[in-house]
Ligand binder design. Sequence first.
Ligand SMILES: Cc1cc2nc3c(=O)[nH]c(=O)nc-3n(C[C@H](O)[C@H](O)[C@H](O)COP(=O)(O)OP(=O)(O)OC[C@H]3O[C@@H](n4cnc5c(N)ncnc54)[C@H](O)[C@@H]3O)c2cc1C
Length: 410
Amino acid sequence: MDFAVPNEWVEFGDALIKFIDREVAPLEHEHRSLLGSERTIYTEEGRFVPAVLELRRTVRKRSAELGFYTAFGAEALGGGGLGAQAAVYVQERLNTHCGPGRTLVQAVVLPSPFTNGLSPVLKHLDPDVLAEHRDGLASGDKTMCFALSEPDAGSDVFGMRTRAVRDGDDWVISGSKQWITNSPYADYAMIFAITDEEKVAARNGGISGFFVRTDTPGFSVPSVIPIMGHLGADIGIVHLDQLRVPDRQRLGPLHKGLSVAMGGVNTGRLGLAGACVGMARWALHQALDYVKVRKTFGRLIAEHQAVQIMLAECAMDIYAVKSMLRHCAWLIDEGRSATKEVSMAKACATEMVSRVVDKAIQVHGAIGLTNELRLEEAYRWARVLRIPDGTAEIQRRTIARRLLSGDTEI
Ligand SMILES: Cc1cc2nc3c(=O)[nH]c(=O)nc-3n(C[C@H](O)[C@H](O)[C@H](O)COP(=O)(O)OP(=O)(O)OC[C@H]3O[C@@H](n4cnc5c(N)ncnc54)[C@H](O)[C@@H]3O)c2cc1C
């Protein structure tokens, strides 16, 4: 395994950061009266106001024009085909550079790894259907959401109640989805529904995926779900009422939707882990800057051993996860099985960033708790990540199951 970072990735990272600094940050500055407060970002119901959606669309489209938005999409989908190692590297750099300041507008410079842009899930779509919709998604003009979870089906997907019933060449889907990111604003939804009750009861398949336009009658997002101190959200509840979808819009083989979904989720877990390493590095840099200016008891706090220990522990934590992640991404690029490694990376990275941000706040004292430094925002961001894309406990369950089934290579 080669630890040298190829020039191609470095140049990509440099260009992406330059784009953010030269085009996106000034745009945010120009619209600071809109973006400066959640009271102006969200409507009373907690949805993004149209001006925010338009800004995000502008940034997505510009990022696509410059080739950033599709760089990690598979070549088979017309994407740049940059692999897992490059994705982890770029996510890390992006988050180290931007920190939590990347929320909202900067967050859409790259699509989320499997729910938007040239998502790997789209590889399971009929080529003619894909051809009809691909360009809108690749250009950043249109967005998607990924609707798997339900009120009774989070970790345990087989608790799903949404059903798709065959009617001629169509499927008719009814049910309810919950916690669906970008659902209030998406043009398309990847929806997973029961197509064979017996298989689901036996926990052996029986769920299928469908690609749906959200303007199809029967699709609605009655409410959003604000979380962790926010006044609004991009997470919504989706109602599906007799939604009619042609069979040609199925995602992958009948009854095999869960493996289609999990393929996407695994890609997301790795990208998220890269972002965690970047955010942790950002927080450590804040702490390192601060300890060199703040004095107590007549000396810089950098000279107090208790503070030094916190800094050292942050570095140890980041280095361990960064190394793990590089290896995990390398396994994926080599085409090797990495199910338990991805779970380890997701669990370790999300837990690590919580510990690091917590220590960075501690190093700052009271000022670490203020909104101004954005460490508290990073803290909330980090806390959230231990739940989506498989909770910390579900990652451990996957790791243990792999170990017990003979996958003991560490
Ligand atoms: C910010 C955010 C965005 C999300 N976006 C999406 C999205 O776009 N699309 C989508 O489909 N879903 C999305 N989700 C839903 C997410 O995938 C689920 O919340 C997650 O899978 C956990 O399900 P749950 O919330 O129902 O918790 P539950 O499954 O009810 O779990 C509750 C607790 O029990 C533990 N637990 C459950 N089963 C076991 C077990 N077997 N062993 C040990 N512990 C167990 C869990 O770890 C957890 O601590 C999102 C969630 C969040 C918070």
